[in-house]
Design a protein around this ligand. Sequence first.
Ligand SMILES: *Cc1c(COP(=O)(O)O)cnc(C)c1O
Length: 379
Amino acid sequence: MIESTHRPSKVVVDLSAIEYNVKQELARLNDEQVLFAVVKANAYGHGAIKVAQAAEKAGATGFCVSNLDEALELREAGITLPILVLSYVSPNYIDLAISQSISLTAPSLEWLKQVEETLAEKPMMNPLSVHLKIDTGMGRIGLRDEDEMVQSKELFVLSNYMTLDGIFTHFSSADTKDTTYFELQQQRFTRAMDIFSDLEIRYIHTSNSATALWHDAWNSNLIRFGDALYGLNPSGKALDLPYELKPALSLTTELIHVKQVSAGEKIGYGATYTAEKEEWIGTLPIGYADGLIRQFQGYKVIIDGEYAEIVGRVCMDQCMIRLPKRYDVGTPVTIFGKNGTLENTLDDAAEFIGTINYEIVCGLTDRLPRYYLNERINN
Ligand SMILES: *Cc1c(COP(=O)(O)O)cnc(C)c1O
């Protein structure tokens, strides 16, 4: 989808907030612990390259992405720090990973065997850097069976083609008050680590943002810092943050049309909204094709420091709001972020449509241009 720059709707990312959030977390870590910025899915919709550069300036020493293309995007932008792909990469593409110094996640013993076989036919290549994933209860990817862990360890010990640079797991419930399931996963990871205890492995990591924030980065010398990097609370509103985070993203637009309608007039597809009295109605150039999905009907945006409700159905490219009074075309409107003394947080928005802040930012489509504040060109 082409970026629409001749339209006032835009995502604005404050890179100084990204830097601030990285520094806040780094201040809590010890000398052995490093922070990798998780910039998958175009940095949760914020823009991978700019966020990665800001995170690096603030002290991040590596990156996590979800697939090989996202890793290659960072390399093409000139980023040379370590990159770990967190999800499955087909053994067909390991040449590319090796040549670009990208570490891959081993999701299974079977994958390790396939990679070993593939690389045995190409003895001239450098070894592949691998982080072994242990599935302690997320149920997504990783080794679950202790026998397979023992076999994979033997494979690494003998392999000339792969180096075991990391071993890791992912918690499914590090962001809830009830820690029962978190503790079960901890026990399983501890057992898995016993199997590998006689190997020297550079990175041991269990910590997404939530584990870093609320479980003291348990058993991690590498933190996979995602949601909190963007200033968002991974628990939504369930748990308080242990330190301040600054949200980096705002979504803003402008009025493109203003009119007064009389009582009884209808607005939008399906004529679902009826004006109760004489009302000022504004039109915004943003809709569900931008990620402002139809569930946002009834949500309040902010204009001139006052709330204005989205009335009628959200269209593909536009939506209508009920204005507190007449405003000129071109008046700025904030959908997410601060305006006057008011703020629409991503958690308010997520609560409104019944999802999590992650899904809203990832759902902002490529049609919205990304603009950056406080970019530091030099150190
Ligand atoms: C996405 C992801 C993270 C980052 O999670 P946050 O909750 O955004 O910090 C960490 N680890 C893995 C394996 C992931 O897939």
